[in-house]
Ligand binder design. Sequence first.
Ligand code: KE4
Length: 430
Amino acid sequence: MSTQASTKAFKEAQTLIPGGVNSPVRAFKSVGGIPIFIKEGEGAYLTDVDGNKYVDFVQSWGPLIFGHRDASIEKAVIEAVKHGLSFGAPTLAETELAKLVVSCFDSIDKVRFVSSGTEAVMSAIRLARGFTGRDDIVKFTGCYHGHSDALLVEAGSGAVTFGNPSSPGVPADFTKHTLLADYNDIESVKKCFEDSKNIACVIIEPIAGNMGFIPAQKRFLEELRALCDIHGTLLIFDEVMSGFRASLNGAESITGVKPDMLTLGKVIGGGMPVGAFGARNEIMAMLSPEGPVYQAGTLSGNPVAMAAGFAALTKLKEDTELFSTLESRAMKLVEGMKKAAQAYGVEIQINAIGSMFGFFFNENEVLNFADAQTCDAELFAKFHAYMLEKGFYFACSLYETGFISTAVTDAMVDETIKATASFFKEQSNG
Ligand code: KE4
């Protein structure tokens, strides 16, 4: 597989853009090799600037649940563009998408659109603090909630990929209100409530995708909900990644646990930059211009992005079988990979919910970030490079999650399993 053009492109990009990328995880640093520069996407496939073709299991880190260049999303964007790109004024498109989003969740009455997941979470935290009048927040080690200062503490995803989960440049003063707990460990949360009587919110990825794929245990979420109720603390489900990926109606529909606030992103923009945060009326009433908590954005609710999101969510709502189809394909992939690994004595933990899947090269169950860190990172890097060579594009970090799009067929899944089996065979032959 030639990567000459990517190598050349990467070299030039590095002279103008830090690390040659506009988001660190894309740099392939934790898996080695140079990042593949993409020329285009079509359906389930990516094609790089050297002409190599890959089955895409990253889908822009989640947004592209219908694969690349979905006809209805593309049509909606082209139609919207003909009326203008942006107005900085309210449009019907925002209300239409808000209607769709709110209709999918019991836990929210209203939603505010922003331009990224980071912005959605940052704003939700401010709103929770404004609503409760409290300053402290609780997050979980290994969960990633975007790169706003208060949340870059023991964060997952790209932050941990580079071993700086708590970034320089964030003054201690900005994170002194951020308390840390361990995922799936309710005692560690109780400890936070003993240490502080001033906790505005607990934020969690209810289906974590940024320390690898680790769903929270139902019992743990139920106890977390009860603790928040006792202390008058808001529970925020950060579903920027899992929203419209694990199910149509969020983690609340899977676990029966309802959050007070919800953050969304990725799929709701259909591939365009959209984030959102929502809650019940009394909380959202605190948000400017209705209430005193300020939050704003030049391109928030951008009509072209709204059109893409509306087309995507409309398709998701219309196809009532979609998530079960995606989940059965994800399960087919993970079961096939598991069988292949076991056939060659490779230890693997593997899981899928809806269109999300993940695996760890580990002999023990992975329940939290500390467990995830005991995985065989070297083997993962070899896996990633091998699969890339064979034409399968997996996330370039073990602290990420894989995705199945509607464009990925059973035949592609079979081919992927075959390639993983040949990788495990090679590894077992030493
Ligand atoms: P963005 O600002 O990247 O749109 O969203 C931040 C965010 C917030 N919450 C959760 C649960 C998230 O997964 C994310 C972003 N996810 C990563 C992928 N693990 C984005 C990829 C990247 O950083 O390049």
